[in-house]
Design a protein around this ligand. Structure first.
Ligand SMILES: [Ca+2]
Ligand SMILES: [Ca+2]
Ligand SMILES: [Ca+2]
Length: 467
């Protein structure tokens, strides 16, 4: 008998594809569904019980370079059903995975992607994580779209971002690799243009992006609505964020909402979710009817969808927000090198400490040599504790700090590691351990002078050391 893939490949409409994926009652011997089969079936299901799907932004870049094959594998392994990738065309017309039009941020190459052949692009090495000129190079290479689609074929769906202009070349790759059913096109193009593409390629999966400027597109599609709409709103008052609009979309398809940045969903971000899911993912699902969430935090979102609370303080540990330094004057509880708050976050009136808000992560920023901060900490039980700090920096070196507890000696310098972006926070160990009695203590974080310092501090964490 024919395989699922064969049957799915010959279906001519999305409904037919969904039906083709169902086991054949006549034989009862249909091969078991793979993860990609399940993801496609789920994507086309907009019923009231449809479970929320996870889309990994640029792949699992916390474990591998963005838009790389290992990032795609890791995203699916961590539970994402959809991986979002970005597409550029090489000089010789081959679609490759790359977000930027230029090579500097994510590879060791220079210049424009469009000026390099695919052979030249393949010879480049990708930088770790979200890249940046000071991020380490990895052994991983720039993948072609064909490479990426083969990785996804049995694992899940691929959201093809920045692919609309080159949609025919991209469609050609999907056909060649037998992955038409894995690729999800998207655009916010005029509806007639979309209609023409979908008429040419009846089996193409398509999602339409709507914001306040093209909200009318949903109605304009008439009976040929795509199976999903990506809804973008920077303000809760936007028309597309209204209950009537969203209910209409939800009634015929999936509601895809992005939680990476403030401006995609009115501040209901990943970082807000990590503080309290009710401020982020919970709100997107409960109030806005999201049934696909695109995230930079695949594992945390999966945990939230499966079990609820995320990013809990570990048992016996104490978390102290960087911005919650001890109240008092400059030179007494803290020191900052320049007057006023240079950040965009909620600094204290008349104080120099710089506070930024990175898409919901409120952090001390503009950290410079000679600056220091103190914190009052209540330790729950006597024992050995190690300090960790949730930090970010796109620089190498990013900086160093020393920890002092009460009147004890300062630790040696603790190096902050490059996290590849200001908004890419990582909990980094310090290697510093102190024995602390139950009760109140003062921590002091001091930044060395004479070394480069340019990093952000979200929070500190004292974790018990088990012996
Ligand atoms: Ca300042
Ligand atoms: Ca500062
Ligand atoms: Ca914080």
């Amino acid at each position: 008998m024919r395989s699922h893939r064969t049957r799915a490949a010959v279906c001519v409409t999305l409904t037919a594809c969904a039906l083709a994926l169902a086991p054949t009652p006549a034989t009862g011997t249909a091969p078991p569904e793979n993860a990609a089969d399940r993801a496609l079936r789920a994507f086309l299901d907009h019923g009231p019980k449809a479970a929320v799907m996870t889309a990994a932004h640029r792949g699992q870049w916390r474990k591998a370079p963005e838009n790389s094959l290992p990032a795609i594998r890791a995203a699916f392994a961590d539970g994402a059903e959809i991986v979002e990738v970005d597409i550029q065309l090489s000089k010789d017309g081959v679609p490759v995975l790359m977000h930027d039009e230029t090579l500097e941020r994510t590879t060791n190459g220079t210049g424009r992607v469009a000026d390099r052949t695919v052979a030249q692009l393949r010879a480049l090495r990708l930088r770790v994580g979200l890249g940046g000129r000071q991020a380490a190079l990895t052994r991983h290479r720039v993948p072609t779209l064909a490479d990426a689609m083969k990785e996804a074929r049995t694992r899940g769906l691929v959201n093809l971002d920045q692919a609309w202009r080159e949609r025919e070349a991209v469609m050609g790759v999907l056909k060649q690799t037998g992955t038409v059913r894995n690729g999800v096109f998207k655009s916010r193009a005029a509806v007639p243009e979309v209609r023409a593409f979908r008429a040419r390629h009846r089996d193409a999966l398509y999602m339409h992006l709507v914001d306040d400027d093209n909200a009318g597109a949903v109605k304009e599609f008439g009976k040929e609505r795509p199976p999903a709409f990506e809804v973008v709103f920077d303000d809760a008052e936007d028309e597309v964020a209204g209950p009537a609009f969203l209910k209409g979309v939800r009634g015929t398809g999936r509601v895809w909402i992005n939680s990476m940045r403030d401006e995609f969903a009115a501040g209901h971000t990943d970082e807000a979710s990590l503080i309290d899911p009710a401020r982020g993912w919970g709100r997107l699902i409960g109030t806005y009817g999201a049934t696909v969430i695109q995230t930079d935090n695949v594992e945390a979102l999966r945990t939230y969808l499966a079990k609820g609370p995320v990013n809990k303080v570990p048992p016996g540990a104490v978390r102290i927000q960087g911005e919650a330094y001890a109240p008092g004057k400059d030179g007494v509880t803290h020191h900052d090198t320049d007057p006023g708050n240079r950040g965009d976050g909620p600094g204290r009136p008349g104080e120099g400490v710089d506070i930024c808000d990175h898409d919901g992560a409120v952090a001390v920023c503009w950290m410079r040599g000679t600056e220091w901060l103190t914190y009052t900490v209540d330790v729950p039980r006597t024992g050995d504790y190690t300090l960790k700090a949730r930090v970010s920096s796109p620089y190498s070196p990013a900086g160093t700090y020393r920890l002092t507890v009460d009147r004890g000696p300062a630790s040696g310098p603790v190096r902050v590691a490059n996290t590849t972006a200001h908004h890419a926070f990582v909990l980094q160990g310090s290697g510093v351990t102190r024995r602390l009695d139950r009760g109140r203590h003062t921590l002091r974080i001091s930044l060395d002078d004479k070394v480069p310092q340019n990093w952000n501090l979200d929070h500190l964490q004292l974790e018990p050391v088990r012996r």
